[in-house]
Design a protein around this ligand. Structure first.
Ligand SMILES: [Zn+2]
Length: 513
């Protein structure tokens, strides 16, 4: 054997030792025809994880039908998240909606690539990857879980084991960066009647709710989304910032939702750089599986590439935003969309059904600006009777700390008397407009009352959940889940959750002794 031949043989041998297993998913094996089932996913992941020290697999939770939901922890360091002070932690979750399978298929391929040709994407970050949040929905081919609940509208109430498990994984680590992977249906009647369909292969959305730190909103919109978009476009996919809504008649085209009951925005409430990806599919969930999966692989790899490139900035932005969260003394409980005179229309990638061409079109009824409609000042704490077990359970699901009043004590309080409840529409969804009258008084709160301080990492979230006028509160029809608190709103009666105004901070400190 010549020296040259020998060195080639040696390098091949070394390569085979450092390369993790190169197994294929069912979708790849079948020539992009058959989706990978839950069991096939587990059969693929187990040897892959066993082949490398850079990944481990832990159960995140268990679905309604008893399927274990795996989470993969990736790190190029010997100990996962041991370099947290210098490296952001990224969490990517896929397939909360069971009929959006391309995210899971892509996640399985990305997991393999991260142990092989794309291991450099882990140089500046650690990653938690959840390939399939909703295994029951996936097996059934349904959007919802086996309780017929939409998991990505359940992050306020957290009544479902799958959304709860995902949220608790998030709370355990508080990742600086999160991505939730979805698909959107490009086949929509009013668009087809107008002669075109949406044609972005991948749409990336950032956080939009104005309670989230402005630097996070700005960095997402001005740096991260455009940078990632360049990478996705270079891979041959049409990219756009995530939009929802219709440009027709009374519709509103906007940059997604301000609601906090989805994964992206609920995690954004903790001042994370939180995103959602929407890959394009048509009405049938099994069309163009190869293209859809490759598009999602491109989106996820470019997401990691962009995170890797901006790692230091992202770490600093999140650190600063979390350190100053408690300084915000207002909670913005209602928001509205506005047109921008400088950008009256949105130029958007479409498929023209007359010319049969991929082109662009100016969409009307474009309202890109989000403005505050109503704010309240944040109280020092909320207080409610210990008999409200449902509310105690909700706080526990969110891991929000609370105290029990040990003796009767005088407090300044504010109580909402519910005047009128009017049903309305917000973001095309039913909501309530609640008219309340606030009564301020000095009163004795009984021993046993539950006191919820508005502080800590959930300081943004607590008022948005508990204020009766909040668009996204626990009483809102938008907070779906079997434990919704609609009965807390009765015209002419007091809302059961009281506010303890900020001047009672001293009083609370005394209580904590
Ligand atoms: Zn979805």
């Amino acid at each position: 054997m010549s020296i040259r031949m020998f060195s080639i043989a040696l390098s091949l041998l070394l390569a085979s030792q450092v390369q993790a297993m190169e197994s294929r998913t069912q979708l790849e094996e079948s020539g992009w025809k058959t989706l990978t089932s839950y069991q096939q996913m587990m059969d693929y992941l187990q040897p892959l994880v066993a082949s490398s020290t850079k990944v481990s697999m832990v159960p995140m939770g268990t679905s309604v039908s008893g399927r274990v939901i795996p989470a993969l922890y990736f790190s190029n360091d010997p100990v996962f998240a041991s370099q947290r002070a210098n490296k952001p932690l990224v969490m990517i979750s896929c397939q909360q909606h069971g009929d959006e399978p391309s995210g899971k298929e892509a996640a399985l391929i990305v997991a393999r690539k991260l142990l092989n040709e794309n291991s450099d994407l882990l140089d500046n970050l650690d990653l938690i990857l959840v390939p399939q949040v909703n295994p029951d929905g996936s097996e059934l081919g349904t959007r919802r879980n086996a309780n017929a609940m939409d998991l990505n509208r359940n992050h306020v109430i957290l009544s479902e084991p799958e959304s709860l498990a995902l949220h608790q994984l998030f709370l355990k680590w508080l990742p600086e960066v999160t991505l939730d992977v979805h698909e959107y249906n490009a086949i929509k009647d009013p668009w087809i009647e107008a002669g075109f369909t949406k044609d972005a292969d991948e749409m990336l959305g950032g956080v939009t709710n104005l309670n989230i730190d402005p630097n996070i909103i700005r960095f997402s919109r001005e740096s991260f989304i455009p940078d990632m978009g360049k990478g996705v476009a270079a891979d041959g996919f049409r990219f756009h910032r995530y939009i929802v809504g219709d440009p027709f008649e009374a519709g509103v085209v906007r940059f997604s939702t301000t609601a906090i009951n989805d994964s992206r925005q609920s995690m954004g409430m903790y001042n994370s750089l939180s995103f959602i990806i929407e890959g394009k599919r048509y009405a049938n969930t099994t069309n163009e599986l190869e293209k859809r999966t490759r598009g999602q692989v491109s989106a996820m790899l470019n997401f990691l590439q962009t995170s890797n490139q901006h790692a230091a900035d992202m770490l600093a932005i999140v650190k600063q935003a979390r350190a100053t969260m408690e300084d915000m003394d207002q909670s913005h409980i209602q928001m509205e969309y506005y047109a921008d005179a400088n950008h009256p229309v949105l130029n958007f990638p479409v498929f023209d059904l007359k010319s049969w061409e991929r082109t662009n079109r100016d969409l009307e009824n474009f309202k890109p600006l989000v403005k505050i409609r109503k704010s309240v000042y944040k109280p020092a704490a909320y207080a409610f009777p210990a008999t409200e077990m449902r509310l105690i359970e909700l706080l526990k699901r969110h891991q929000i700390p609370f105290q029990t009043l040990q003796r009767d004590d005088d407090f300044k309080t504010e109580t909402y008397r519910v005047q009128h409840i009017v049903e309305a529409i917000d973001e095309e969804k039913p909501t309530y407009l609640v008219d309340v009258h606030k009564i301020a008084r000095q009163e004795t709160l009984q021993s046993g009352m539950i006191i919820v301080p508005v502080s800590g990492s959930a300081a943004n979230l607590i008022p948005l959940m508990l204020e009766p006028e909040s668009t996204w509160g626990i009483v809102s029809p938008r907070a779906t889940g079997k434990y919704r608190f609609a009965d807390y709103l009765v015209e002419g009666q007091d809302y059961p959750v009281k506010r303890l105004p900020p001047q009672d901070k001293l009083n609370l400190e005394k209580l904590a002794e």
